[in-house]
Design a binder for this molecule. Structure first.
Ligand code: VAH
Length: 314
């Protein structure tokens, strides 16, 4: 059986629904510190658990006969800058609990999300390579870089089958983002439909790597299903689909909503975004386990606008 820790989050919610489709609702145990969306809560078994509490996680693993864990709980970049020690503690202690349970043989396979936030201002900004200089300047990025080192260590030292992806900014209409720097790229679609205008907290020319959630979920499941010998990177895989600026995104929306207007009021998240790459080289993931993205900006924009209309009846 599969346990998803942080199942109510932006990725966790869609990952839970997709895995339940795939392996059956009762074979996927969703857990989080609080209850989630109606769709999630009605889709199968749910347990309240604190990802930083080893005993609670161990109890879930034993009670539900868990073989695979997707650890999706984390404090994201913008929020972690406000609560650095809480962010570090949540992101790291939850990872150690799961890696140690796997080391003791209580879990067979682990997925752990990393992020383009592991890169910093000294990293080559365009087509950022899989292996390169990484001097992250955010608490979140530091925790993800440290986590990648520990995942590789537990694989090499203890044979723990842990797999990871450096997600770009993720965009979905089924779940709202939770305190990230790329959240503007989700909020903008909602605001365009509701108010016809949006004030972006990132400047018009801030280019960032992004991906539609369907691609991210498909990549996650295909990495977890790949034969172990094909998974050559045991820190975390670069993964890429799109990269765009708020200005380009606004123009893509205006093709559907001509009167949509965007304005700019950068805040503290501008400095975070400026420290990250503009585009990512994901050739290793494409080579090792056949990754291909499906959604381009036009296709994602249509999906997002249609999806928000359907879910929010706007
Ligand atoms: C964040 N959405 O903004 C996350 C992600 C690359 C961005 O890590 O913190």
């Amino acid at each position: 059986k599969i346990l998803i820790i942080g199942a109510c989050g932006q990725i966790g919610t869609e990952l839970t629904l997709a895995l339940r489709e795939k392996v059956g609702r009762d074979n996927v145990i969703a857990s989080d510190i609080r209850e989630g969306s109606e769709d999630l809560m009605n889709s199968g078994p749910f347990e309240i658990a604190d990802a930083t509490n080893y005993n609670q996680i161990e109890d879930l693993v034993i009670q539900h006969d868990i073989e695979e864990v997707y650890l999706m709980a984390a404090m994201l970049s913008a929020t972690a800058e406000k609560f650095p020690m809480k962010g570090w503690d949540l992101n790291m202690s939850s990872l150690f609990h799961v890696l140690n349970l796997a080391k003791e043989g209580k879990i067979k396979k682990v997925f752990w999300p990393s992020s383009i936030a592991v890169f910093g201002p000294t990293t080559p900004k365009h087509d950022t390579p899989q292996t390169t200089v990484m001097e992250p300047t955010t608490v979140y990025g530091i925790s993800k870089q440290a986590g990648e080192r520990w995942c590789e260590y537990y694989f090499n030292k203890f044979g723990v089958d842990v797999r990871s992806i450096r997600y770009p900014g993720l965009i979905s209409y089924k779940t709202l983002p939770g305190g990230g720097t790329t959240d503007y790229a989700v909020e903008i679609y909602h605001e365009a439909l509701k108010n016809g205008k949006y004030t972006s907290f990132l400047n018009k020319d801030t280019e960032l790597p992004m991906m539609f959630m369907d691609d991210a979920i498909r990549a996650t499941i295909s990495l977890m299903e790949a034969p172990s010998e094909k998974v050559k990177v045991r820190s975390s895989y670069n993964l890429s689909a799109l990269n765009f600026t708020p200005d380009t995104l606004a123009k893509a929306i205006q093709k559907h909503i001509p009167e949509f207007e965007i304005s700019y009021a950068p805040d503290f998240r501008q400095a975070i975004a400026d420290s990250w790459p503009s585009s990512i080289d994901d050739s290793e993931a494409r080579k090792d386990w056949g990754w291909r993205h499906d959604f381009d900006l036009e296709k994602m924009t249509s999906e997002m606008l249609e999806g928000i209309k359907e879910v929010y009846h706007v």
